[in-house]
Design a protein around this ligand. Sequence first.
Ligand SMILES: [Zn+2]
Length: 404
Amino acid sequence: MSTSLLYHAFGIRGYQYTRTDYQGGQTIFTIRQAPETCRCSACGSPAVHSRGRLERRFRTVPIGRRPTFVALPVPRVECQACGAVRQVEIRFADPRRSYTKSFERYALELSRRMTIRDVARHLDVSWDTIKDLQKRDLSRRYAKPKLKHLRQIAIDEIAVAKGHRYLTVVLDLESGAVVFVGDGKGADALGPFWRRLRPSKAEIEAVAMDMSAAYRGAVSAHLPKATIVFDHFHVIQLYNDKLSQLRRDLYREATEVLHKEVLKGTRWLLLKNPENLDAQKDEKARLEEALALNQSLATAYYMKEDLGRFWEQPGKRFATAYLNDWIGRAEASGIKMLKQMAKTLAGHRSGLLAYYDAMITSGPMEGTNNKIKTMKRQAYGFRDHEFFKLRILAIHETRYALIG
Ligand SMILES: [Zn+2]
């Protein structure tokens, strides 16, 4: 080892190499700072008197499989200008960190391809050390996304834990980036978003959301000029929930064993897009068998396909007629589930038709939700809620491998 290798291998410059020790499988380089280079860490004055040294040890990039440390007796100096006694500034490590900046860069680089657990194991540090390191990096990069350019957004809630803990996520529909993660659901969760949005002077034109009242009032109040769109994705999601409920009710009411059997495995088939039904698994035939046995299930199923075509109309005038027709048929069907759905859609007509003013959908939110769910399953990271939120803010760039 030499003073110049210290610089080229570990990014440590301005110190003198003293010696190398090998203890318990570790390599320790001791370095020193020449007294004449000491400055006051507060005012930068070179007019200082030495007041002893404090031995500190910093983890740095390993050499091979050996954990490697840099030991430095950090000079304490009394500043003639300030009159105070302080440690001099350490240039190769952040204050209060017990590892070097080059270690930090290396760990972040590994984090792009390895889970936190793997990085921690490889570098012989704790899971929390790597997590904290990622957290500071994510915080620098993503904690305050720029909002000025926002034009079209989607707002949605996601369940993040058993016990019904929720987060509210705002997505930039143009870039696909998550631009806000708030605690809880409903209007209150958006408070910090509005506080950051106002000074950005963003001109948001359209907002996609579900039909629940959760965010509607808050959006109308804060973005009076924005078009609110109750989007395709959420309407079909709601419909699918009701369709599943109908199937469950029919199953419970069915008295014949055969009838029950046929209904049993159809839940996922009912929710699938017809073009995605797997011919090799006989899915289409199984679905048709179940529908043939249950008139109301069949009606509800085909009415879903019809409803889907509401978003394929050539313009708002056609769409209005189409929606009215659908609502009329659903009301006349005599099926409770369809009547409820008709009532809900009728009550949200203008927000549904608004799709033809601003053609947006929360579809991209689904992809984000799926990524969040995957991350959630690696539930380890969960102990640090702020970290989890930062990871969501960075999710579109997949900056780091899964939490693990
Ligand atoms: Zn000073």
